[in-house]
Design a protein around this ligand. Sequence first.
Ligand code: AMP
Ligand code: MG
Length: 339
Amino acid sequence: MEELKTKLLQPEEVGRAAELLAQGEVVAFPTETVYGLGANALDPEAVAKIFAAKGRPQDNPLIVHCTGIGQVEELVRDIPPAARLLMERFWPGPLTLVLPKREVVPEVVTAGLDTVAVRVPDHPVALRLLQAVSFPLAAPSANLSGKPSPTRAEHVLQDLGGRIPAILDGGETGWGVESTVLDCTTWPFRLLRPGGVTLEQLQELVEVVSRAQHAGEEPPRSPGMKYAHYAPEAEVFLVSGPGAAGKILELSEAFEEKGLKVGVMTWAERAVLYPGLTVLSMGHEGDLPGLANKLYHLLRRADELGLKVLLVEAVGEEHLGLAIMNRLRKAAKGREIST
Ligand code: AMP
Ligand code: MG
């Protein structure tokens, strides 16, 4: 791939970012969840550049970002009333809906599926950018495929510097975990990926089953689910249950004996349980929004510290905890220990 000089654009330079996008280029931009790598969703050649820059497998479809329900109606064939209810309640916001696609949406965006994933982001810079261009933006997270998603412009630069022409810098993103992905082509609706809008919030309005309830029935509906994700270089172990601290101390001793640099990820109040160990603080105990916000930063931090092993205390799976544990499980790649 040709080496590019990646420009850092300030929010006032949205116009410059829009020009690049109109020329068929890719640009990274902030959203309320994580940074996205955008391209004109209606231009297959521009969209192909997203896959190239990220090293993303071609069969993993993209989310299309829109200015509002009006633009979404140009991309999808049908919006069931229950899906419209969710749009009105949660948009702009971190909820992606999978709906039957119209012809105008190129196959490269949907990886050949007859459905398209759409959402309206809740971020002033993202919305200004979408309004400045006349087309919707296909945008996955702006990281190298398999790496933790970027929540700061500097994370994007680390991963995609030299591979994309520009990054629109909007500071730190708010939520820190990706949007919730909901399949609205079956009834009840099906949660494909937990995210910023929680299962509990959705279930207050419509019938939703989570993927777990469908386990074993059929192949995964969301192609992205089969790929490793969010993983730092360090080996992550996810430890749960009342004996977690004891187990973590035992493991850290064993790994350190082998000469491996070990870190522990835990709530601030529990750091005292791990004297002498490198601790990555998850923030105040039980503050799930706070943890979601710093989760990917902590995973990237583990690599900056040169950790070889990261021992993580599991959190409860209520509310945002479901999205956080989903990402931690992927980072742990099956290395889960319950006590
Ligand atoms: P990312 O953009 O990297 O945050 O990932 C987008 C997620 O949405 C991936 O897990 C995709 O597999 C999923 N997705 C995108 N489009 C569809 C679709 N049409 N049907 C099901 N899942 C989708
Ligand atoms: Mg991603």
